[in-house]
Design a binder for this molecule. Structure first.
Ligand code: CIR
Length: 256
């Protein structure tokens, strides 16, 4: 059960952030409207939002998920793999300290982005990617073990289609894991009910279970029907401007 979320709207220089996709520049006003709709959806799911100020020093700072990992017992500040995003963590430290009495951190030479970490109850999948290195993964696994959580690494280096592990998987609860085809055969996912995302709808894999509901990206009808068919109330959100910047639904909030 989540009660809180931290969000940060994009700044006017949002389009200066990092991206690997070729979908054109995001329209700022539209991104703001989509962010507002996203916040309203989280509130509809019962969450109380902490809304941070936009931060023009970091064009990617609306993707707050990358700066921290939360478990039931603790929060862990990350060390983002992209140099232009390193400074985002300091701002998150102050905010998280209001909720968690003790904060852990990933230390150099480890790097780790929250987008590579997928929580499945007390078990965590840790993506090793262009952003999260083996040392960051090792440190996180150790911190999670201290918090009585287990973890397994999933190496996605060399997969051109996804930036972060959670660009390709999402945990719905009830032992159900949403996966893109390219990841479905991984050993780490054995024993889960795999909910496959159709070819052409891969972006929809980054969905988020928030209490009873599942937030999905609008415009992916087969996937939306699958999630509804599983019995979850679905909230579909237009994510077009964030998709242009390699971001998805999970990236826009820290939920706890
Ligand atoms: C970046 O490249 O870091 C941002 N433009 C997108 C980050 C998306 N975050 C996420 O998937 N957790």
């Amino acid at each position: 059960m989540f009660r809180n979320a931290i969000v940060r709207p994009p700044g006017v220089n949002f389009a200066d952030g990092l991206t690997t996709v070729d979908l054109g520049a995001p329209a700022y006003e539209r991104a703001l409207v989509q962010h507002e709709q996203y916040c309203a959806a989280l509130e509809q799911c019962g969450l109380t939002l902490t809304r941070l100020e936009t931060d023009l020093r970091y064009p990617d700072s609306t993707f707050v998920e990358d700066t921290a990992i939360q478990t039931e017992r603790c929060a862990i500040l990350t060390r983002p793999g992209a140099p232009s995003r390193a400074g985002e963590v300091a701002a998150m430290r102050e905010t998280l300290a209001q909720f968690y009495p003790s904060l852990q951190s990933i230390q150099a030479p480890g790097t780790l982005d929250g987008g590579d970490i997928c929580e499945a109850g007390n078990h965590f999948f840790i993506g090793i990617s262009e952003r999260t290195n083996a040392e960051g993964a090792r440190q996180l696994a150790e911190l999670l073990a201290r918090a009585s959580c287990t973890s397994a690494c999933v190496d996605i280096r060399g997969m051109k289609s996804i930036l972060h592990l959670k660009s390709g998987i999402a945990y719905l609860g009830e032992n159900r894991l949403v996966v893109i085809d390219d990841l479905a055969g991984r050993e780490a996912f054995r024993g889960y009910e795999l909910i496959r995302v159709e070819a052409g709808e891969e972006y929809a894999a980054n969905c988020v279970r928030v209490n009873e509901s599942v937030l999905v990206a609008a415009g992916f009808p087969a996937f939306e029907a699958t999630v509804r068919g599983l019995g979850y109330p679905v909230i579909a959100l237009d994510m077009s401007e964030y998709q242009k910047m390699d971001g998805g639904l999970s990236c826009l909030s820290l939920r706890f």
